[in-house]
Design a protein around this ligand. Sequence first.
Ligand code: 5GP
Length: 116
Amino acid sequence: MSDSTDTIFSKIIRKEIPADIVYEDDLALAFRDLNPQAPVHILIIPKQPIAKLADAESQDHALMGHLLLTVKRVAEQQGLTNGYRVVINTGEDGGQTVYHMHLHLLGGRSMSWPPG
Ligand code: 5GP
């Protein structure tokens, strides 16, 4: 699957399946990852179903900025004062598995580099 717009995340937006939601506004939703890779692992998604970053258009620039500022807001809310990592897996080589664009907010431990 690569470009479906109705994913598991659309169901979370519509509250058809449960999620541990930590932030919501008109444009974005943030909820805890089901399989956390760090003590804090939250996914920030646009409510608009953009499949992947590579599909974002210039008209989405305000939404893209909003998503990044939402990451910052949620990180502050979670008390990640010592830093955190933000990841966007994009497409097959990027390791993307859910084709509704999302930002991973990872924190609460020291991160290594490079990623796998
Ligand atoms: P990707 O690999 O596409 O960058 O990240 C998808 C993420 O979504 C994974 O970290 C995975 O654990 C998470 N995930 C997949 N299905 C669900 C779900 O139903 N609920 C939640 N909360 N997270 C999910």
